[in-house]
Design a protein around this ligand. Structure first.
Ligand code: AMP
Ligand code: MG
Length: 334
């Protein structure tokens, strides 16, 4: 069983080819990088339209798989930027028609959970999904992935990007801030915005920019922003574990490449006697392999969509998507 998956929810166009053992046979990605400012959806979509045909060929060649050996075509249906999603969906529909193979719509957030779940071997982990546009704590219960906590304003990666660009850098800001933070060590006072199970970042952004205007150094700002924002994410993840009586966590999303975040979450989880797993970077960021793997799970459970019912859903919520491939785990002991 070989599935080809197409990811195009935001800045990354990616095509992955996986088999039924979740082996990534081929993966080809190309990220849209604006010369200045943040992502412009139309420009990102144009980028995806240009690169996707070549990425399909590259992924298949890398996998040593011929088109007639592909059993199904999966694509990210949402959530994401409308024009970007449509670029990927159009290519997926075309391949599905040309190859006469089923078309499998996949929720992007669920795909982050599923790739981390299979790679980690953990049966029922909590996902801390920290990316550009999304920041959520996700756990499975009775037929669906549930969002237990999330950002009330912008995604954590978006926050890091906005800050870095305002400080004179270019997109993406997260990796550059991570390097800058290594030279800082003076913890500046920033708002700590945890509201129950949710977090917010725009207040920290305003406060960090005000500190910068008053002469705070960029390394100290980077350090303080990382410590503050990642402590908030670690706190809501820990509360989610306590409420759900779970002890395993997986990470997903571009911000989950960050060493400080990985370390903070690992220390919290291991301090509770649990296990934390973070996928390798290529599978933490947006990628076609996670779409292909989740497409395989969905296909095995009988999910597919006729072309006319395959519209993209830019605001698709994690918790509206049925996940018939998951058996309910036994209730934890009280
Ligand atoms: P995604 O939306 O999941 O593809 O991830 C992209 C986001 O991850 C962007 O906002 C990046 O700034 C952020 N990001 C990537 N690498 C890192 C890192 N090492 N530390 C923090 N943020 C990162
Ligand atoms: Mg993502």
């Amino acid at each position: 069983m070989v599935v080809l998956g197409i990811e195009s929810t935001a800045h990354t166009a990616s095509v992955g080819v996986v088999n039924e053992r979740a082996e990534v046979l081929g993966l080809a990605s190309d990220m849209y990088r604006p010369s200045k400012g943040g992502i412009h959806p139309r420009e990102a979509a144009n980028h995806h339209v240009e690169v996707l045909p070549g990425l399909v060929i590259q992924a298949l060649e890398g996998a040593h798989v011929r088109p007639n050996e592909v059993d199904a075509v999966a694509f990210a249906q949402g959530p994401g930027l409308g024009p970007c999603l449509r670029a990927g969906a159009t290519v997926a529909r075309m391949l599905s028609l040309a190859w006469n193979r089923p078309l499998i719509p996949v929720n992007h957030c669920v795909a982050h959970v599923e790739i981390a779940r299979v790679l980690s071997g953990l049966d029922d982990p909590m996902l801390l999904y920290a990316s550009g546009g999304n920041t959520q704590v996700i756990s499975y219960a009775r037929g669906r992935y549930r969002v237990l906590g999330e950002t009330l304003d912008i995604g954590v990666g978006n926050f890091l990007d906005k800050l870095w660009i305002a400080l004179g850098g270019t997109f993406p800001g997260g990796p550059a801030l991570e390097l800058e933070a290594r030279n800082g060590g003076n913890l500046l006072d920033l708002p700590y915005s945890v509201h129950g199970m949710d977090v917010a970042f725009s207040g920290i952004l305003t406060a960090a920019l005000a500190l910068h205007a008053n002469g705070a150094s960029r390394p100290d700002l980077a350090y303080s922003v990382e410590v503050t924002a990642y402590a908030m994410l670690t706190e809501i993840t820990e509360r989610a574990l306590a409420h759900r009586r779970r002890d395993t966590v997986v990470l997903g999303g571009g911000v989950a490449c960050n060493e400080r975040l990985r370390t903070m979450v690992r220390e919290m989880v291991e301090g509770r006697g649990g296990t934390m797993y973070a996928p390798p970077r290529s599978l933490c960021v947006d990628n076609g392999a996670m779409i292909a793997w989740t497409g395989h799970l969905a296909h095995s459970a009988g999910v597919s969509a006729p072309i006319e019912a395959s519209a993209v859903e830019p605001r698709q919520r994690t918790d509206v998507v049925a996940t018939p491939w998951r058996a309910d785990p036994p209730a934890p002991e009280r």
